[in-house]
Design a protein around this ligand. Structure first.
Ligand SMILES: NC(=O)c1ccc[n+]([C@@H]2O[C@H](COP(=O)([O-])OP(=O)(O)OC[C@H]3O[C@@H](n4cnc5c(N)ncnc54)[C@H](O)[C@@H]3O)[C@@H](O)[C@H]2O)c1
Length: 264
């Protein structure tokens, strides 16, 4: 087995907790060496699960980054990507971004890309709570005419109080990730994969307990209609369980050695 990778995590909430559990059972071939959260007690909770205790940080990114790490996973907020992304990449450490909405800021994305190019680090945006980014990336090669996303969640997750299904937002992805920074990161991943800004609709539905995403992609080669009905994470109902599984699967691939690789 290859040497264990060394991972640091920024943001010790619902997604981080699933990553730590995956590391504990050996699903990811990695040691979690450092944790950071504005509420350090959240890191303490995760550190307790680990045999080798990681160091814990609150805001001191420079100390956090002194650890020898292969990957830093941002599972915090778009603000954390803006605050810490550059420093992580400057140290040549690969950055896994969950708050993908931040990357729709073209100026920030270009800055991060330039640093990654210089240092040889990579920026990874896992597929997250949706499916189909492999096909969408492939279709981009011949051009995509339209990308649309409809997200339907229980009103509470969207900070809404409604008694019947209600459209809270209809418009471009860039604005959607600003209005719903913790709910429609998938709109950003979709737009970045397609190379075209997604048209987004956000619906609060009091009759559902699921987080549902319906994606439509139109291209000369294929038309895709993908519906994903997600069970919310018990720790954070705005986040779907699949989002955590998606980053675990990405880390599993990155830190292991697969003889047969399925999917692009
Ligand atoms: N890409 C996707 O498909 C997808 C899906 C679900 C969630 N997300 C995003 O991933 C991120 C994490 O999700 P979660 O469900 O684990 O959230 P969570 O609220 O359960 O946990 C986030 C943690 O990050 C901490 N935090 C926030 N800002 C910080 C900062 N600047 N520095 C340090 N710590 C900070 C919070 O205190 C909290 O403990 C969120 O931005 C969420 O919107 C992405």
């Amino acid at each position: 087995m290859s040497a264990k990778a060394r991972i640091g995590i920024i943001g010790c909430g619902a997604i981080a907790s699933e990553i730590v559990k995956a590391a504990v059972v050996g699903m990811i071939n990695a040691d979690i060496v450092a944790l950071m959260d504005i509420y350090p007690e959240k890191c303490e909770r995760l550190a307790k699960m680990l045999e080798k205790k990681p160091e814990i940080y609150q805001t001191d990114i420079d100390e956090f980054l002194k650890h020898d790490m292969d990957y830093v996973v941002e599972a915090a907020s778009q603000e954390a990507v803006r605050e810490y992304g550059e420093k992580v990449l400057r140290r040549g450490i690969n950055l896994v971004v969950l708050s993908v909405g931040a990357l729709l800021d073209a100026e920030l994305l270009e800055r991060l890309r330039a640093i990654a190019r210089d240092t040889g680090a990579h920026i990874y945006a896992p597929t997250g709570a949706i499916a189909g980014l492999d096909a969408i990336r492939a279709l981009r090669l011949v051009g995509i005419n339209r990308v649309a996303l409809r997200t339907i969640k229980p009103p509470k997750s969207l900070g809404a109080k409604v008694s019947e299904p209600t459209v809270l937002y209809r418009g471009p992805a860039r604005e959607a990730v600003k209005r719903f920074p913790f709910n429609v990161n998938v709109a950003a991943a979709l737009s970045l994969a397609a190379g075209k800004e997604a048209e987004v609709e956000v619906i609060a539905d009091p009759n559902t307990t699921k987080n549902t995403h319906v994606i439509i992609v139109e291209s000369v080669a294929s038309k895709l209609e993908i519906k994903i009905e997600n069970t919310p994470s018990p720790e954070n109902p705005r986040t779907s369980w699949l989002a955590a599984l998606s980053v675990i699967e990405l880390l599993r691939r990155l830190t292991g050695r697969e003889e047969v690789v399925i999917g692009s």
